[in-house]
Ligand binder design. Sequence first.
Ligand code: HEM
Length: 137
Amino acid sequence: MTVADAYPWLKAAHVACALLFVGGIVAGGLLLAGGRAMADQGAPLATVLRRWDRVVTTPAMLGVWAFGIGLASAGGWLTSGWLQAKLVLVVLLSAIHGLQSGQIRRLAVGMDVKPLRAAALVVPSVIAIAVLAVIKP
Ligand code: HEM
C-alpha cells in the first residue's frame, strides 16, 4: 500500500478520533457540571466519567495527534500558517482536557470542584479548527 492509498484511511481515522475527543470534552464538561450540582453525591458519576476518559477520550486525543501529524507530513503542511494556527487551538483543547481530567479525579474522591472558566473556549475553538482544516486559508 502506498502513502497515497493509505492517506484517505489516515484522514478517516483522524476525523473519527477528533469526533470522539471533542465529544469527550463536551460530555465531560456537562457531566462535571452535573456532578458539582449533586454536591457530595457526584463521586459515582465521576467514576464512570473517569473510565470513559481513560478508555475513549484520552486515546482519541493521542490518535488525533498521531494521525494529524501523519497527514501534515504526508501533505507537506507542517510549516503552513493554517496548520500552525490550528495547532495552537488543539493545544488549548488538549490543555482543557487535562484540567478536566484533574477535576474528574477530584470529584471521584469527593473533593470540591470549581467551574472551569476555560470551558467557554471549547465551542469557538472547535468552530475555528473546522474552518482552518477545511478551508486551509
Ligand atoms: C481537536 C483536534 C482536531 C480536530 C477537531 C481536527 C479536525 C479535522 C478535520 C475535520 C479534518 C478534515 C478536513 C477535510 O476533510 O478537508 C482535518 C484535517 C487535517 N488535520 Fe486535523 N483536527 C484536529 C487536530 C489535528 C492535529 C493535532 C493535527 C496535526 C498535528 C492535524 C492535522 C490535520 C491535517 C494536516 C489535515 C488535512 C487533511 C487533508 O485535508 O487532506 N489535525 N482535521
